[in-house]
Design a protein around this ligand. Structure first.
Ligand code: TRP
Ligand code: ZN
Length: 469
């Protein structure tokens, strides 16, 4: 290459952000150009190209929040600890709405700009690859939930008359705090939530002390000390009745219900405790420090597996749905997907858990559940929508749930009960607190069974039509 061409090529490489630091070959260029590039505006999930961000990895979020139900105003200061995975001249956080007041990086004021849901931060000095840094963002405003993305209706931070209903899957965490909003980047969390006296704020993990009231305000401090995906974070606020204690197996437990559901409190508490303990025997030791559940009066009609505190939206949950949300504590929460297309690893497993719960209680067998679905007509989504590749426009299609569960039942039939249940426990222990893909599950199933299972997984997960049995 002639030298002018070469300079053009190097410049282009810089512009495209592809030049690796330190690959100097005698071409003069400004030093600051080399000390960092912009982090990518997405984490690399091609189905959700702007979800999460590239270039850094969050280890901890400290969220200090004030929420006033009457005005719906949220005041937040988020302090985020992260590590640069590349030299960074700037990087993004995901945040929807709000007015951002100040941003600082390692205590020094940083410039920022906003485009759509991306908050772009330019630190005073570029960050070196491998360095730990913290970002502080002060923001305020009325939270705007996400409406009707991926066939879900409304999700995120949803104001209610007495507080807020906070359920964020898949990408609604950005409606109440800035972050790396994708399950591929998990982190621990501290929450400090100040609300009007008489109102309770429920976040993940455990209280780190007694709620403190001063004047008309009460502050609740919660800590989730285990890695958590952003969509599992919650700060559900309202009037709640609580029951606290330990499960028979010794795990701390908390149930909370809106006063409209007073009569469901004891049932929610007892069933959540019993089911958590039982799943511990089937899926391996419970991965978190507490369990429980919350029933709010917001009639979502759905539930979300918020870490340590599944949230039920305006209904009295039955055993099947409690079994489902608590199974997610292993499948989805401790083991999180790396890409949304693998969602069956969450929903197929949690649905299969419902069938296992019925089997355990003697109210039905997994085989009967499987056969009932197998009879569904050819036009049913379970036969037209292969569940192994969840579609971004229809992420939570019921096929991902039901045919996902059928896949596990077909696998159980092929490898036998002993290997199947050993597989579930090995899967949860080998990947505890981590991220997983479908390929890893298939590889493990083949390793433990000694069987070639490509055809089974391919026909059940990836091909349309009703597989032969
Ligand atoms: N994961 C939930 C379940 O277990 C479904 C769900 C997806 C959801 N996104 C949500 C629930 C948002 C509440 C809010 O079935
Ligand atoms: Zn689910």
């Amino acid at each position: 290459m002639r030298s002018t061409n070469r300079q053009v090529a190097v410049l282009l490489a810089i512009l495209m952000g592809t030049l690796a630091c330190g690959s100097s070959e005698g071409v003069a260029r400004p030093v600051e150009r080399l000390s960092g590039q912009a982090g990518a505006p997405g984490i690399g999930d091609s189905d959700f190209p702007l979800d999460g961000n590239g270039g850094y990895d969050v280890s901890h979020y400290a969220l200090k929040l004030g929420y006033t139900p009457s005005s719906r105003r949220l005041d937040g200061v988020a302090t985020i600890q992260a590590t640069a995975k590349q030299g960074l001249s700037q990087f993004n956080l995901d945040l929807k709405g709000f007015k951002v007041g100040e941003v600082s990086v390692d205590g020094a004021a940083a410039a920022f700009s906003r485009t759509g849901h991306e908050l772009t931060v330019t630190p005073a000095a570029p960050l070196r690859q491998g360095s730990a840094f913290n970002v502080k963002v002060a923001y305020a405003g009325v939270p705007q939930p996400v409406v009707d993305s991926s066939n879900l209706g409304r999700y995120g931070f949803i104001p209610t008359p007495d507080g807020a209903f906070v359920a964020c899957e898949p990408n609604g965490a950005r409606t109440w705090f800035p972050g790396n909003d994708h399950p591929a980047d998990k982190a621990t969390f501290d929450f400090e939530i100040t609300v009007p006296k008489g109102v309770t704020a429920l976040a993940n993990g455990e209280l780190t002390g007694k709620p403190q009231t001063s004047g008309d305000l009460t502050t609740f401090k919660w800590r989730e000390a285990h890695p958590m995906a952003t969509y599992l974070a919650t700060a559900t606020v309202g009037r709640f009745q609580l029951r606290e204690g330990k499960t028979p197996g010794g795990i701390r437990a908390l149930a909370a219900v809106d006063p409209k559901f007073t009569r469901s409190l004891d049932k929610l508490y007892k069933l959540s405790a019993e089911i958590t303990d039982y799943w511990g025997t089937v899926f391996g030791r419970y991965p978190f420090s507490s369990t429980g559940g919350v029933i709010d009066d917001f009639t979502a009609g759905y539930a979300l597996e918020n870490q340590t505190k599944p949230l039920y939206g305006g209904f009295d949950p039955g055993e099947d749905i409690i079994a489902h949300e608590l199974a997610h504590q292993w499948f989805g929460n401790s083991l999180s997907i790396e890409r949304w297309r693998d969602l069956w690893l969450n929903e197929g497993f949690a649905t299969y858990a419902e069938w296992l719960w019925a089997e355990h209680k003697g109210t039905g067998t997994a085989d009967a559940s499987f056969r009932a679905f197998y009879e569904r007509p050819a036009k049913d989504p379970i036969w037209t929508y292969p569940p192994g590749r969840a579609k971004p426009s229809d992420l939570f299609n019921e096929s991902v749930y039901n045919r996902g569960a059928m896949t596990l039942h077909a696998l159980r039939g092929a490898i036998g009960d002993e290997t199947f249940f050993k597989l579930l426990k090995t899967w949860t222990s080998e990947h505890q607190y981590g991220n997983v893909t479908t390929e890893q599950f298939v590889t493990l199933a083949e390793r433990l069974s000694g069987k070639q299972l490509d055809t089974l997984f391919d026909t059940w997960l990836f091909q349309p039509g009703r597989p032969a049995i």
